[in-house]
Design a protein around this ligand. Structure first.
Ligand SMILES: NC(=O)c1ccc[n+]([C@@H]2O[C@H](COP(=O)([O-])OP(=O)(O)OC[C@H]3O[C@@H](n4cnc5c(N)ncnc54)[C@H](O)[C@@H]3O)[C@@H](O)[C@H]2O)c1
Length: 248
């Protein structure tokens, strides 16, 4: 049997990078995948590719920082598919505007907080009641190596991902009673198009990636484990997926 057979799964930020790779992998493992992203064209193409390969997928244009959008994403998934088993809060990512607390533009601080932290908060807010009614579920949040270890130079993003890390533990402590597991993945450097465009070859995190820079599938496979019943007793865990970078 496939590892996610018939699990109804919502993945945010699924039009590209790690989210897209995860949507494709989850569908290959039998899940019904609802892909959500700001980017309509790329999101629809990602869902169409999954369907063409025999999977079950649909795309919903969503801004994760909008309460209305996230409520409608989650409620709509449940209306159409009957339940919600997995929420993968993946949308986000640092931009080149981020930087030192003393220098970076303040609007970038609030953008990062809105997408990475508040977007995750909203996803949990609307998914938990459905999972509770359905008898349980798995929420996968996305933190970062920047929250696992001290790394300089992206102070807004580090703060947002630190918030995600703490929120994950806090929710795990409260919702185990409803059989809802809440975990987070902390990726190191993953070679998505966005990161490849920003990354400098002398970035210390690249040098610390002992097994080489990660690919989106490396994260998708960890998410698959957390989404599946194989991780049924794992909650409140912050799983590094960082090619050894936090060993330093
Ligand atoms: N790539 C890395 O090296 C790395 C490292 C650590 C953590 N992460 C985290 O992994 C996640 C995915 O990163 P990625 O490299 O695949 O990025 P990516 O840019 O390839 O994909 C992110 C997706 O999120 C979408 N998105 C952005 N803002 C959104 C919003 N407001 N609402 C809905 N969708 C939105 C984008 O359109 C994009 O499709 C992010 O949370 C990122 O912070 C990535």
């Amino acid at each position: 049997m496939a590892r996610l057979e018939n699990k109804v799964t919502v993945i945010t930020g699924a039009a590209s990078g790690i989210g897209r790779a995860s949507a494709s992998l989850f569908a290959r493992e039998g899940a019904v995948v609802v892909l959500a992203d700001l980017k309509r064209e790329a999101g629809e193409a990602a869902a169409a590719e999954i369907v063409a390969a025999g999977g079950r997928a649909e795309f919903v244009v969503t801004d994760v920082s909008s309460e209305t959008d996230v409520r409608s994403l989650v409620d709509g998934a449940v209306e159409r598919h009957g339940r919600l088993d997995v929420l993968y809060n993946n949308a986000g990512g640092a931009t080149s505007k981020d930087g030192k607390v003393t220098e970076m533009p303040l609007d970038e601080f609030w953008r990062t907080m809105s997408v990475d932290l508040f977007g995750t908060f909203l996803g949990c807010r609307f998914a938990i009641p459905h999972m509770q009614r359905g008898g349980g579920g798995s929420i996968i949040n996305t933190t970062s190596i920047r929250a696992l270890t001290g790394t300089a130079g992206a102070d807004a993003y580090s703060a947002a991902k630190g918030g995600v890390l703490t929120l994950t533990r806090s929710l795990a402590m409260q919702w185990h009673v409803a059989k809802i597991r809440v975990n987070a993945i902390g990726p190191g450097v993953v070679a998505t198009d966005r990161v490849k465009a920003m990354l400098k070859p002398d970035d210390p995190l690249v040098k610390k990636s002992l097994m080489g820079v990660l690919e989106p599938d490396d994260i998708a496979y960890m998410a698959l484990y957390l989404a599946s019943d194989e991780s049924r007793r794992i909650t409140g865990a912050i799983l590094p997926a960082e090619s050894g970078a936090s060993a330093f």
